[in-house]
Design a binder for this molecule. Structure first.
Ligand SMILES: NC(=O)c1ccc[n+]([C@@H]2O[C@H](COP(=O)([O-])OP(=O)(O)OC[C@H]3O[C@@H](n4cnc5c(N)ncnc54)[C@H](O)[C@@H]3O)[C@@H](O)[C@H]2O)c1
Length: 265
């Protein structure tokens, strides 16, 4: 057996990762990082026209095999079909990054059943059944890493993000449940909870007064960039975290550390 090398333990050569919602934002950055570490990829999104150029770009940059699959996290048969196709293509799945999510913002007193159902379907039910479908294949091989992308809303009550908050908090507890239930099969399940990251999802917030509030409360005093999530995900996807399961890693510029007072402001 080769000697343990910390830096080599971060590599994913010979592995296959599935990243949901990889057409833009953090999903795209995460997919690029995993391929950069040696993993072949299945990337999913709702529209093939936005997914195909991402797949081509990652192939060109990294030389890895990248298979794009159009699917909707809110449609259960499309989840099963995606995992079947991934297994047909590669014969194995080592890493799942449950990244795809939507958000609909409105005050709690106005929140509609339609918005609730759509957000819960994609962010909660879809994420669980994706983990289940990938988990079954991982359990057979007694190896796998599942990373659920959560949110700082698992720790903080923020106004207007009603269903999103319920879905992410539920997914955090599912992260812990699955880590406990599947530890016996050597499947590790962890969460990454981003703070405020500059993507299209947060575009409306970046433009208005809430951005000033965020900057004042984030100890690092700025928004995060999508690429800044990738180190945490790579750690949790790789052998470097082989004794880590059921945990939530916040990547948030320190905002959940507890104080709303930033030195010097
Ligand atoms: N941006 C932030 O500040 C922030 C903060 C905390 C958590 N997050 C979480 O990080 C993850 C990525 O967010 P982002 O900011 O990159 O968002 P984004 O909107 O830029 O990207 C989300 C991706 O998910 C896909 N997607 C959405 N609904 C889908 C569905 N039903 N089926 C298939 N794909 C679907 C979109 O097409 C897109 O590719 C999400 O889980 C989000 O909740 C984001």
């Amino acid at each position: 057996m080769a000697a343990w090398s910390t830096i080599e333990s971060f590599r994913l050569d010979g592995q296959v990762s599935l990243v949901t919602g990889a057409s833009r934002g953090m999903g795209k950055a995460i997919a690029e990082a995993l391929a950069g570490a040696g993993s072949d990829l299945v990337i999913t999104g709702r529209h093939m026209d936005t997914l195909t150029p991402v797949a081509e770009g990652i192939r060109e940059k990294t030389g890895r095999r990248v298979v794009p699959i159009e699917m909707d996290m809110g449609v259960m048969p499309s989840i099963a079909a995606t995992v079947d196709n991934a297994l047909k293509e590669f014969g194995r799945l080592d890493v799942l990054v449950n990244n795809a999510a939507i958000n609909t913002r409105m005050p709690a007193v106005e929140y509609t059943e339609e918005a609730w159902d759509a957000v819960m379907a994609a962010n909660s039910k879809g994420a669980f059944f994706m983990a289940q479908a990938c988990g079954k294949a991982m359990i057979e091989r007694k190896q796998g890493k599942i990373i659920n992308i959560l949110s700082l809303t698992v720790a903080w009550g923020l106004p207007t993000v009603v269903a999103y908050t319920a879905a992410k908090a539920g997914l955090m507890q599912l992260t812990r449940l699955l880590a406990v239930e599947w530890g016996v099969h050597n499947i590790k399940v962890n969460g990454v909870a981003p703070g405020f990251i500059r993507t299209e999802l947060t575009e409306p917030v970046q433009r208005d007064a809430r951005s000033r509030w965020i900057l004042n409360r984030t100890p690092l005093g700025r928004w995060g960039e999508p690429e800044e999530i990738t180190g945490a995900v790579l750690f949790l996807a790789s052998g470097a975290s082989d004794f880590v399961t059921g945990q939530v890693l916040f990547v948030d510029g320190g905002i959940t550390a507890g104080s709303d007072w930033r030195t010097g402001t």
